[in-house]
Design a protein around this ligand. Structure first.
Ligand code: NOJ
Ligand code: CA
Length: 723
């Protein structure tokens, strides 16, 4: 006891004398963070990379609001003076600091590499607010590729309940950088990226806000994370968050005169931005930085700032390659619904047996069997079927609470017949739960729906949250609904179910803790290629933005780019070459990969389809060969427990000429590389299906110059030759 007190006094004296603040250096010394208090007791930090300024002095803290528990002043003479103090960002002094170092290598259940190293130096500062005696810990972890920090609210007499008005974390940029951004929005991330100077965001915002089923942009300079930035002198900076748990999703709002971003949390329906009870922590705020863009792709900061897996036996979690009754609905070739005779549906009352089907229903028993046959023939693990269950006649846009029950099939979907057929063919059925954003309804049905899945042999579910959230007034990214998404994942783990959530909050590395969250959408996926198209360079930005938080169910593999061939009323064009679509299986890392196009299109291009069949889903190693956001990404990956390598390149509007070497291969071995590349005259707009397949022999000494067309790319499978 005595010792402890002495220790505290010593620390206090040390801290009290360090008016210049505290420095923290990364293990290799290339990053340096610095913490200081202003004269007004405001916490600040700054960050340097190899002596260059990444983050200028930036303030830290939170502003609380109305319902926050009143503090009881502890200073003498003010004992009974109860009063609300909303600032948790000034009047602080440092009362304790702890330093530590950490170096550990761990193995993910699935991932881009077999081993992940977490190596950082840590500084944790305990601050006490002078006039309230409230304590706040700010913990910094400095890795060689970036900084993570978070707020911790220890259990204490003067701070039990917090209602957040706004988090006041600043990220002060050192200049008018180039940013790859999407509009800040409480409800959707399904936007194309805009590349512009920070000073240009305001002028470009309006045109960047393209329509969506649910959207709430909040500011003319508001953007989302992960935000990718590039400085004029070639620094790559990425701002995101890790371990978003029981907290609102963070956006960034830019002061475009000073180039300072400030955190902007997603509110709950009542306008406040989060309710916490101490002890509590915020998510980690992350800033990755390097002078080489490839380091941003290779960084594991997001995963390293999440807790280890909570699933003791993960043997049931399986990387999955699947096909599905899906693209035909997205393109409008067929429909999710069953009939046009019902203008609306009342579940439990509407009798589907008495209505005339419109004949365009996609999820019919025969059609599903066709996909099962195709999956079985080509070695796919699963078949997703959307539109199998009743309720799609008026499924969104009406703020309707009870839309789906997740257990009642349409009359033309023979649930048990399909189940038995799939089982005989060795194919797993993948469940679809469109919630139509009626979260309340989904939670009501969740146990029943998961139990129903297990009874019918389904181990994975694609969930979706299209439309405005119910309860009405809630947003897609608030604390309230983030808790729902995690609840659904944790409950799924109890049932040994893998989850792929669409329209949910973007990931923040939580799949380390819950590896049954095998993918989420939370960005503009392939579906938009059938809704008018996406920018050709979209897939060269996503690895630097959306994928920083975790894998995406991007649903690549489109071979027919002219959508009017599927549906004469849909004139969309897929802005990609066929070779580009193959490369996505390597560049868009995910343990869940769909071959999204129709079986008949794969039959037409069987030689190219071979790559999709062969490509691995889980990896022992990944090498980031070339990368420039918005222009090109080239990655080589080694399949788990196989000696085979796969290379993918995707390129933007200008195309790209790669110069890569194969030094990643084992020395002394000879491999056959099958190169699936754009033909010389390929172009995503005018000639997307022009590709050439060639075989070459390679060793670790080989080099390759390979051209990618505008909106194109190439894919290579590399197999060791047997002597
Ligand atoms: C949007 C999802 O992103 C898409 O994949 C799905 O088909 C529709 N919602 C219907 O659930
Ligand atoms: Ca979507």
């Amino acid at each position: 006891m005595m010792m402890k007190n002495i220790l505290h006094i010593v620390i206090f004296l040390v801290v009290a004398h360090s008016a210049d603040g505290q420095a923290l250096v990364s293990p290799s010394g290339q990053l340096k963070a610095h913490f200081a208090l202003t004269d007004n007791g405001e916490p600040t930090y700054r960050l340097e990379f190899k002596g260059r300024e990444v983050i200028k002095p930036s303030k830290l803290g939170l502003e609380l609001t109305g319902n926050t528990q009143k503090v009881e002043f502890s200073a003498e003479g003010e004992q009974n003076n109860r009063q609300e103090v909303h600032s948790l960002y000034d009047q602080f002094k440092v009362v304790d600091l702890q330093r530590s170092a950490f170096d550990e290598t761990w193995q993910p259940v699935w991932g881009e590499t077999k081993d992940i190293r977490s190596h950082y130096n840590e500084l944790a500062l305990t601050l006490e607010q002078n006039h309230t005696a409230r304590r706040l810990v700010i913990r910094f972890r400095l890795f060689d590729d970036g900084l993570g920090f978070r707020y911790e609210f220890p259990e204490q007499r003067n701070l039990t309940y917090l209602v957040i008005n706004e988090e006041k974390t600043e990220f002060a940029m050192a200049g008018d950088h180039t940013a790859f951004w999407i509009p800040g929005d409480y409800d959707t991330q399904e936007y194309d990226y805009t590349e512009s100077r920070l000073s240009e965001i305001r002028g470009l915002m309006q045109q960047a806000i393209t329509p969506n089923a649910s959207q709430t942009p909040f500011s003319p300079t508001g953007v989302q994370t992960a935000l990718m930035l590039k400085t004029d002198d070639g620094l790559y900076i990425n701002i995101h968050e890790a371990a978003l748990i029981n907290y609102a999703c963070m956006h960034l709002n830019l002061d475009d005169t000073a180039f300072v971003f400030q955190s902007w949390l997603t509110p709950d329906a009542n306008g406040t931005k989060g309710n916490l009870q101490t002890p509590a922590t915020s998510p980690w705020r992350t800033i990755m930085v390097s002078d080489d863009a490839r380091d941003i792709l290779a960084s594991n900061i997001t995963l390293n700032l999440n807790e280890p897996s909570k699933i003791a036996d993960p043997s049931w979690i399986k990387p999955t390659k699947y096909v599905g009754v899906w693209w035909e609905m997205i393109t409008g070739k067929s429909e999710w619904s069953y009939t046009y005779e019902l203008p609306s549906v009342h579940l439990g009352i509407t009798d589907y047996g008495r209505v005339k089907p419109h004949g365009r229903h996609g999820a019919t028993t025969d059609n599903v069997k066709r996909y099962i046959d195709f999956a079985a023939e080509h070695g796919f693990d699963g078949v997703l079927v959307e539109g199998w269950n009743v309720g799609w006649e008026d499924w969104f846009g009406n703020a309707k609470d009870y839309v789906f029950d997740f257990v009642t099939p349409y009359p033309d979907f023979d649930l048990t017949g399909i189940r038995d057929y799939a089982e005989r063919k060795g194919v797993k059925m993948i469940m679809h739960h469109e919630t139509s954003a009626s979260v309340r309804n989904y939670e009501r049905h969740l146990d029943t729906a998961y139990r129903f899945m297990k009874e019918h042999g389904y181990d994975a579910v694609k969930s979706g949250y299209v439309g405005d959230i119910i309860p009405r007034g809630e947003y897609h990214y608030s604390q309230w609904i983030n808790n729902h998404y995690l609840y659904a994942v944790e409950k799924a783990a109890e049932y040994r179910i893998m989850v792929n959530a669409h329209e949910a909050v973007r990931p923040t590395g939580l799949s380390r803790t819950w590896p049954n969250l095998i993918a989420t959408e939370s960005a503009r996926g392939t579906e938009y290629q059938a809704f008018g198209g996406s920018k050709a360079n979209h897939v060269t930005v996503l690895p630097f933005t959306r994928l920083i938080g975790g894998p995406m169910d991007f649903t690549p593999g489109i071979f027919e780019m002219d959508i009017s061939k599927l549906n004469p009323n849909n004139t969309s064009h897929v802005n990609a070459t066929l070779a580009n679509q193959l490369a996505l299986y390597v560049t868009m890392y995910s343990p869940l990969q769909m071959a999204a196009d129709l079986p008949e299109h794969y039959e037409r291009f069987r030689d190219a389809f071979q790559f999709i069949k062969e490509v691995a889903l889980d990896w022992d190693d990944s090498k980031y060969l070339e990368a420039e956001p918005g222009q090109y990404v080239t990655i080589a990956r080694k399949g788990k427990d196989s000696g085979n390598w796969f290379v993918g390149n995707v390129s933007g509007e200008d195309g790209h000429i790669s110069r890569i070497d194969f030094s990643f291969l084992d020395p002394g071995k000879t491999y056959t590389a099958t190169v699936y590349a754009d033909a010389v005259d390929a172009h995503y707009k005018t000639n997307p299906q022009a590709y050439i397949i060639r075989k070459i022999e390679v060793t670790s000494d080989s080099a390759l110059e390979q051209k990618a067309a505008p909106g194109g790319g190439y894919a290579i499978s590399i197999v060791e030759q047997t002597p």
